[in-house]
Design a binder for this molecule. Structure first.
Ligand SMILES: Nc1ncnc2c1ncn2[C@@H]1O[C@H](COP(=O)(O)OP(=O)(O)O)[C@@H](O)[C@H]1O
Ligand code: SF4
Ligand SMILES: [Mg+2]
Length: 339
């Protein structure tokens, strides 16, 4: 197994060699294929990669929301270090429908999706939806839960929060719905918030407001955040550390500043060169050639080799492993291995 980011008291979540596959009739989709990752307490981790790299399957694995069949966690650990650090639970071993997992889902780890309409129930008012979750996790009366819902709507700076309590999802704009989702997610004081492309469906101004809001709320609530995005601008605005994912694996991991200024992996360099990034001077935009391959075939070497401008013979033959090549900076690439 490749070396891991060191686990300290400051670690809240540690993913070890996680594999989540989908077993289809004619093929096996290796969506998450040996992911190693750690998330610090009160830290924000950015998870980036092109569409189809396995980011959502990874987050759904952590939430134990992978549809099964055909999906299955076939290997690895998802260790959640409880608040007082004295207890650790391997989420990968829990029954997805069991009481423990239901307590964790929403109560300790909450998720915000790209499209809030999919997660909000069109038939319930905003107030009742938040109250229901609070009642379930915090054993409050309906009245107290509604008070908590109002408090949360105020916290996410939604306009006319009292009025929103009685409105239905379709009456709100996209940006407001995303604020409601964040209110819902944070209503039970989770220790981890996973935000999967939370602003992708929103226009640029609203995007920026939502990201600012999440930054502010993190200070307030003290949660750790995993922000998933294909947008490197979002990551630079939010994250303390960044993990770059390619075809089911983490290929680079570093502090955000370091990653932006000293990217090592050719895939990361390609991502940075393909979008305008604030603060990067003299940028020549150049898309990465080719596409993410389907995760159905077993690739003997580096999965990025067919698209990599630096590919060598060994790259097509043997898989590079994720390892630290500078202090706190890990990458999986043969360019940084001594032959
Ligand atoms: N329910 C499913 N059945 C089969 N394949 C799936 C399923 N969900 C996701 N996949 C596949 O897993 C891969 C990773 O998907 P996903 O995690 O959604 O990517 P990302 O979020 O990085 O865009 C894709 O090739 C996708 O087609
Ligand atoms: S291992 Fe080889 S093919 Fe893969 S990213 Fe590094 S140089 Fe390119
Ligand atoms: Mg996704």
């Amino acid at each position: 197994m490749p070396p891991l980011p060191t686990t300290s008291n400051d670690t809240i979540l540690e993913v070890k060699d996680l594999k989540t596959y989908f077993f289809l009739e004619k093929s096996t989709v290796r969506s998450v294929d040996g992911v190693n990752l750690s998330l610090g307490r009160k830290k924000t981790l950015g998870l980036v990669g092109e569409s189809g790299c396995g980011k959502s399957v990874l987050s759904m694995s952590i939430m134990r929301l992978i549809p099964s069949p055909p999906g299955k966690i076939v290997d690895g650990q998802i260790n959640l270090y409880r608040r007082d650090s004295s207890e650790v639970v391997d989420i990968a071993q829990l029954d997805p429908r069991g009481a423990e997992m239901r307590r964790i889902r929403g109560g300790e780890i909450a998720i915000v999706f790209q499209e809030p309409m999919m997660s909000l129930n069109p038939l319930y008012t905003i107030g009742n939806q938040i109250a229901e979750v609070v009642e379930l996790h915090q054993k409050l009366s309906h009245k107290d839960a509604l008070d908590r819902a109002l408090e949360m709507l105020t916290k996410v700076q939604i306009s006319a929060p009292k009025q929103r309590l009685h409105e239905y999802p379709h009456q709100l704009s996209g940006g407001m719905r995303q604020r409601v989702m964040i209110a819902l997610a944070l209503s039970c004081n989770p220790s981890i918030l996973i935000a999967d492309e939370p602003t992708t469906a929103l226009d640029v101004t609203v995007q920026s407001q939502i990201l600012d809001l999440m930054n502010e709320l993190q200070e307030d609530v003290g949660a750790s955040i995993i922000i998933i995005t294909h947008n490197l601008g979002v990551v630079s605005q939010m994250a303390d550390q960044v993990a770059v994912m390619y075809l089911g694996k983490i290929v680079e991991f570093a502090e955000t500043r370091e990653l932006y200024h000293e990217p090592l992996h050719p895939y990361t360099k390609g991502l940075l060169n393909s979008v305008p990034v604030l603060g990067r001077k003299h940028q020549q935009l150049e898309p990465i050639k080719g596409m993410v391959p389907l995760p159905t075939e077993i690739i003997p070497g580096c999965a990025f080799a067919p698209r990599c401008p630096h590919a060598m013979k060994i790259c097509h033959e043997k898989q590079p492993v994720l390892r630290e090549v500078r202090p706190g900076h890990q990458t999986a690439c043969w360019l940084y291995e001594d032959a």
